[in-house]
Design a protein around this ligand. Structure first.
Ligand code: NAD
Length: 477
């Protein structure tokens, strides 16, 4: 397998650089070849998208929807091979990866159906014989920049609403998910979309991002990735006054109150903190526990952490696999070292040797102050910090002490406390008796504060981003 660009319906081999993609679960194994593009291909992709936009945007929603239904079918038929490739490329356990591919199919079908749903509202006019309505129109050429941690679901939750709204797309996936992206493009090539409706360009973010943002006439941009990159991209889009959305990092808290059902809370916190090796934007990174239940909860959580199965991502029993890349390994390893030096390790689990793959043993840590980097920064690895709170007031205060505001959970049997948490948490996704990670495609998704540009993805909200509303008025009397 090797990466290829797909521009204007033609395949081409990028020629600016080549590296072997190592399997993060077994770094001696090569998964494929990553070939990178220069900025020139980005210009070609935007031109191709612009040309075909005249056709795609004029097709009926029903016809565009049929294309999305075919994309869903093609993905469904190749689900296992896509899941295996993605697991091998970025280390997500195969069981989770299958779920992610299935989610991609659901997203395509959900947005396919939008092709025959209402795309506007009739608004009564104050004048007689006037029909006034607001209708969605496509934005034009939309650039999609995606991360590696959800290599299938995130690209599709951008592609599908962008396409159904009548936009054409230039997609730049993360380097560490480019084999999976090329595979998706190969599948979608048979879905009957006019050539150039979806264009894929593989390459380094900085280089291709510069071309996209400074040299091409894109009409909108949707980005998911780190906060540092997102803020720079947002500033560049704002300077050009194009529509943009940036979904960025998180430092998500799970709050366990004294009346929580301990077994439910333990399993949800474990899953939120350690599945996908903590590499979810919505992963549980801080666990805030009310004093009265602290010892009981932490003891049970520690016992369960010890049992976690850290294995090769293709092993059906893997609870977590390795982290995705050498870069990730170095970054998370540094946080693990600081947890060992500055905090107290409550529990860990056995992990394969880091010489075999990019394995980081999961860590449950306590004893670090609220200003410590482990409590403030996004770690994006299998490390969770436990903090003690005197009561719900202090728990909410601690949970809100973050520049991020993506997701948060509370565990409680008390309805008043649950509603108070839902109201007072400064986060875009707030949940009761459920893990911080986990989203449903038909509901809006996104963060508050430093986690987002404050638009929403998925559900009906995505249609708001990928379209412009025109208010139309006809005097017919
Ligand atoms: P990243 O910012 O390094 O890269 C994301 C994408 O941006 C990649 O395609 C990359 O090539 C590209 N990129 C990098 N520099 C660029 C530049 N200067 N111009 C244009 N594009 C550029 O992020 P990552 O490491 O791939 O992903 C992990 C991050 O993503 C974490 O911070 C995580 O929280 C975040 N994330 C957020 C969400 C969300 O919905 N909020 C979901 C998943 C991941």
């Amino acid at each position: 397998m090797e990466t290829r660009n797909w521009i204007g319906g033609e395949w081409s081999t990028p020629g600016s650089g080549e590296t072997q993609v190592r399997n993060p679960s077994a770094i001696g194994e090569t998964v494929g070849t990553l070939r990178l593009s220069s900025g020139k291909e980005v210009l070609q992709a935007v031109e191709a998208a612009r040309r075909v936009g005249r056709i795609w945007s004029k097709m009926t929603g029903a016809a565009r929807g049929e294309c999305l239904y075919r994309m869903a079918l093609l993905l469904e038929r190749s689900a296992e091979s896509v899941a295996q490739l993605a697991s091998s490329e970025m280390g997500k356990p195969i069981v989770e990866m299958r779920g992610e591919v299935a989610r991609g199919v659901q997203l395509l079908r959900y947005y396919a159906a939008e092709g025959v749903r209402s795309d506007g509202d009739v608004i009564p006019s104050a004048q007689s014989n006037v029909l006034q309505y607001a209708k969605r129109f496509p934005l034009g050429v939309v650039a999609l920049i995606t991360p590696w941690n959800f290599p299938v679901a995130i690209p599709i939750w951008k592609l599908a609403p962008a396409l159904i709204c009548g936009n054409t797309v230039v997609w730049k996936p993360a380097e560490f998910a480019s084999l999976t992206a090329a595979k998706l493009a190969e599948l979608f090539a048979d879905a009957g979309l006019p050539p150039g409706t979806i264009n894929l360009v593989i390459g380094k973010g900085r280089l291709l991002g510069k071309a996209l943002l400074e040299e091409c006439g894109i009409d909108a941009l949707s980005f998911t990735g780190s906060t540092a990159t997102g803020l720079a991209i947002g500033a560049a889009c704002a300077a050009r006054n194009i529509k943009f959305q940036t979904e960025m990092g998180g430092k998500n808290a799970a709050v366990v109150l004294k009346d929580a059902r301990v077994s439910t809370a333990v399993q949800a916190v474990l899953s939120g903190a350690y599945r996908s090796a903590g590499q979810k934007c919505t992963a549980t990174s801080r666990i805030i526990v009310e004093n009265a239940i602290y010892d009981e909860f932490v003891q049970e959580l520690a016992a369960e952490t010890l049992k976690l199965q850290v294995r090769h991502a293709l092993d059906e029993k893997a609870y977590l696999g390795p982290v995705a890349s050498e870069e990730q390994y170095r970054s998370v390893h540094a946080y693990a070292e600081s947890a060992r030096t500055d905090g107290k390790i409550i529990a860990t689990a056995a992990a394969p040797d880091s010489g075999e793959g990019y394995y980081i043993a999961p860590l449950l840590v306590e004893g670090v102050g609220a200003e410590h980097a482990l409590v403030r920064e996004e770690i994006f690895g299998p490390i969770a910090v436990v903090q003690r709170a005197a009561d719900i007031d202090e728990a909410i205060d601690l949970a809100n002490r973050s520049v991020f505001g993506l997701s948060a959970s509370v565990f409680t049997a008390n309805l008043t406390n649950a509603f108070r948490f839902l109201e007072e948490m400064e986060a875009g996704m707030v949940r009761v008796n459920q893990e911080t990670a986990g989203v449903e495609y038909q509901a809006p998704f996104g963060g508050m504060k430093g986690s987002s540009s404050h638009t929403r993805e998925q559900g009906q909200s995505a249609l708001d981003f990928y379209s412009a509303l025109k208010t139309c008025s006809i005097q017919y009397g």
